[in-house]
Design a protein. Structure first.
Length: 463
């Protein structure tokens, strides 16, 4: 399997090169040159596998230069840290199937990909006797999951930028209480979009990137998407066992377009699914894109679902590549237009294609609180605010097939929102309570790429 850039100037990369490059050197995002097509016999065979065995089979279709025994060990090691035997179990609540993605070490779906990516990085670095300085931006969950994936690992430093005052108290604790020598947290005075723009600016400085051996853990790294493809198939198989239905629909709370893009790729591989429900909070650029053909910047609103407080979706360019049928010149033109004007519009013909892939709905904070409360009092099951956005959006635009809603985080990560939604006092989780009172380490800086580069250069290890 070879990899190419959405912008056409990088192609014929191996899987290992794609992993270590992160953002393509032409500024684009990396994708496999072909999407593997699963046959019906393969699907039937996969349906009987455990999660780890399924992950091995799907990832091996893309990671063709990793020896089979090594890949299987990496997969098994990555998911040994999860606290549920099914890794991503599916539970039925009322008429919704909840795909629980929060059983990893930081209680969020990002663990599914970042435990694997952290082990994969270490594998390559030890094999090649190299160092890596990972730099990433987070709206809350990516940072803690990435830190958990690489803390204490050999040959790796990690630098995480997060928007000061715009992540939940638990998310901030999970990041800043990790004081391993190879972990650096930076709170910037700005939004997640500011942090993400800094990351892209730094990665586009090819000399700095090479001098300081930079790597990416944000979902611009293809492995983040790849690992997430697995749980769409796993959930489909579990729901089919219970319903005998041959199609399902997924509702995906998303701000960065990475999680839902993984589902889109699963569909291109042969996953039998209806249109994906794209669920956003009040930061609704992706919802406007689907419903109106309008991908345009607006102010970022601080919400009760902070991991979705995003306006510039970093994986959007990957979908554009397929929407434009692999026309990299069209992708470059669109992204240049967006950089200059903050807007991309789409023709009626393209809107029709988009709406064959997705339906979308936006959910505000009040609706989120009402959904958490009503679902809890009806079923006894507590949704985190992001998952509540997905369930509410599905009630607006869902189709008449079994519905799977991705539960992207444990509700205990968002006590402020939960306390507003329900009166019942929830017992604290030990894994979170252990963090309170621990020493913290974090540097606060202005949202300025030159300051971040100076900080990285001061603390990085060179290959």
């Amino acid at each position: 399997m070879k990899y190419c850039s959405t912008r056409g100037q990088v192609r014929d990369l191996s899987f290992s090169d794609a992993v270590m490059m992160g953002l393509a050197s032409d500024g684009g995002l990396l994708l496999p040159e072909q999407i593997p097509q699963l046959t019906q016999p393969q699907l039937e065979s996969f349906s009987r596998l455990s999660y780890t065995d399924l992950a091995y089979e799907i990832i091996s279709l893309y990671a063709t230069d990793v020896p089979a025994a090594d890949l299987r060990r990496l997969v098994n090691t990555s998911y040994a840290s999860f606290n549920h035997p099914e890794i991503t179990p599916v539970v039925k609540q009322d008429d919704v199937y909840i795909l629980e993605l929060f059983h990893g070490p930081t209680l969020a779906f990002k663990d599914v990909a970042l435990q694997f990516l952290g082990n994969l990085f270490e594998y390559y670095l030890i094999r090649d006797n190299r160092n890596l300085n990972i730099i990433g931006a987070t709206s809350g969950d990516t940072g803690s999951a990435a830190i958990a994936g690489v803390r204490g690992k050999k040959n790796i430093n990690i630098f995480i930028l997060f928007p000061f005052g715009r992540v939940s108290s638990v998310q901030e604790m999970q990041m800043t209480t990790v004081t391993d020598d190879n972990v650096f947290n930076v709170a910037i005075d700005g939004t997640f979009d500011d942090a993400q723009a800094i990351i892209k600016e730094i990665f586009n400085d090819q000399q700095f990137k090479q001098t300081h051996a930079l790597g990416s853990i944000n979902s611009i790294n293809w492995v983040r998407v790849l690992a997430q493809i697995v749980y769409y198939f796993y959930a489909y198989f579990r729901v089919r066992e219970q319903t005998a239905c041959e199609q399902v629909q997924f509702s995906v709370p998303t701000g960065n377009f990475g999680d839902i893009f993984a589902g889109y790729i699963a569909g291109k591989m042969g996953l039998p699914t209806r249109r994906f429900i794209l669920a956003t909070n009040s930061n609704n650029i992706l919802c406007r894109f689907v419903n109106e053909g309008d991908y345009s910047l607006a102010d970022v609103h601080h919400s009760l679902s902070p991991s979705m407080d995003i306006q510039v979706a970093s994986n959007f360019e990957r979908y554009l590549y397929y929407l434009y049928e692999g026309d990299t010149a069209a992708v470059v033109t669109a992204m240049d237009r967006f950089k200059k004007t903050g807007k991309i519009t789409f023709s009626a013909a393209l809107q029709t294609k988009i709406q064959q892939d997705f339906v979308a709905a936006s959910v505000d904070d009040q609706q989120t609180l009402e959904q958490i409360s009503s679902f809890y009092h009806h079923t006894g099951y507590l949704l985190d605010p992001h998952t509540a956005v997905g369930v509410k959006a599905a009630s607006k635009v869902g189709e008449d097939v079994p519905l799977v809603c991705l539960a992207t985080a444990h509700p205990a990560k968002f006590p402020e929102a939960i306390n507003k939604a329900i009166k019942d006092k929830r017992p604290p989780l030990e894994i979170i309570e252990r963090l309170r009172g621990l020493p913290r380490r974090c540097e606060r800086l202005a949202a300025d790429a030159s300051l971040i580069k100076e900080m990285v250069a001061r603390n990085s290890s060179k290959s």
